[in-house]
Design a protein around this ligand. Structure first.
Ligand code: ZN
Length: 74
C-alpha cells in the first residue's frame, strides 16, 4: 500500500476576489510568497494575468457567477 506519494505539481493556491466590477473581477493569490494577480473578464470571458506569481502552481478560486479552475493561461 505504498500509495502515499504527492507529486510536486499537486500544490494548489487559492485565489480570492479582491475587487469586482460589473464586467470584470480582480483575483489575488492568498499565498503571500506567490502574489499572483489576474483579472477575470465576464463578458466576454477572458483572463488577463497582471502578476504571474508562482505560475507552476495550480490556482483555483471563484466567486458568485464566475469560477476559475485549471487556468491554462500562463
Ligand atoms: Zn499562488
Amino acid at each position: 500500500m505504498a500509495t502515499d506519494w504527492t507529486p510536486s505539481s499537486g500544490v494548489t493556491h487559492e485565489m480570492v476576489c479582491e475587487a469586482e466590477l460589473p464586467t470584470e473581477a480582480l483575483f489575488v493569490c492568498t499565498d503571500a510568497m506567490c502574489g499572483r494577480r489576474v483579472v477575470v473578464g465576464k463578458v466576454p470571458p477572458r483572463l488577463t494575468v497582471i502578476d504571474k506569481g508562482d505560475f507552476a502552481v495550480r490556482h483555483v478560486g471563484g466567486t458568485g457567477g464566475i469560477t476559475m479552475r485549471d487556468v491554462a493561461v500562463r
